[in-house]
Write a protein that binds this ligand. Sequence first.
Ligand code: PHE
Length: 370
Amino acid sequence: MTDLNRLQAELTVRAAAAKDSAELEALRVEALGKAGSVSELLKGLGKMSPDERREQGPLINGLRDAVAAAIAARKAELEAAELDARLAAEHVDLTLPAPPQRRGHVHPTMQTMDEMIAIFAEMGFALAEGPDIEDDFHNFTALNFPPKHPAREMHDTFWLPQDASGERKLLRTHTSPVQIRVMQRGANHDVPSWVASGQAPPIRVIVPGRVYRSDSDATHTPMFHQMEGLVIDRAIHMGHLKWTLETFCRRFFETEAVVTRFRPHHFPFTEPSAEMDVQCDRSGGSIKIGEGSDWLEILGGGMVHPNILRTCGLDPDEWQGFAFGLGVDRLGALKYGMPDLRDMFAGDVRWIEHYGFSAFAAPSPATGLS
Ligand code: PHE
């Protein structure tokens, strides 16, 4: 066996046995690289005599072609094997169940709010909003709570620390301050644009929003939702208030069987004042309406006190009106049978998955009740 034959045998065997492309590349450099063993032989051709070259040239070139071919063949094999390995590792198992997709839910309070808005919108009410952080004037004084009067203690108020001007703001205890913001014409416009600004009567607005009181049990949470209603027009009386609320309840609970009762009450900003209860059954650990002998208070209301109208620049001899404040969460709890209001804001995903609503089916002011 000549040296050339031996070299060719060694290199082609090693090429065929290369484990991976790195080893094969090292072999290629060793044989065919600039200073490779085969390249050196090719360089040697230049120094040979013409006769020698004629004899050795085809042999050495043949060796180079054979080694190059062996390397190329192994390279193709390795690449195919690498592809096979990747395909095997990356294959998609279509028999596996898809991982569950968690879907968000509409909170029952927001669902309830949307339904209420749709009903009142149909009755011709417009929407108004006010800030959660209120001042004493809008939350109390303008609503006829005299200074230092115990009526202010009716609400367990969350007060904010004194600000630089010595004023103590508060988290509004009810949505009634927005009554003032709607009725007060031209006053206090250095407030965000979404806050209701004054309008001339006739007025017919609802005010959905969060309110805060330091209170916590099965029917009270420190933050809850109210919907204020305010109607100011000529010759408005208590009968309009009762009709509006009873009609609302029948539509909201989708039954004529709702039993309500008005109880005389006191609010500084309405005269006369009343609270309205809905008859329900709370015995079985859930709340059912249209049966039972329990009552759940769902709102306060009454005729707007003349002092409020005067504070807002309206003449009580010309304009009268009614106002009410509905408890949104309580209405939702009644309609959808949720026994404990505190669960509504506990942030437990299992609760929202059970009681929540699909975002796609929820009625909204835009789509109405379907
Ligand atoms: N703001 C009262 C409350 O939160 C409810 C109410 C609103 C009463 C409007 C009368 C008129 O208890």
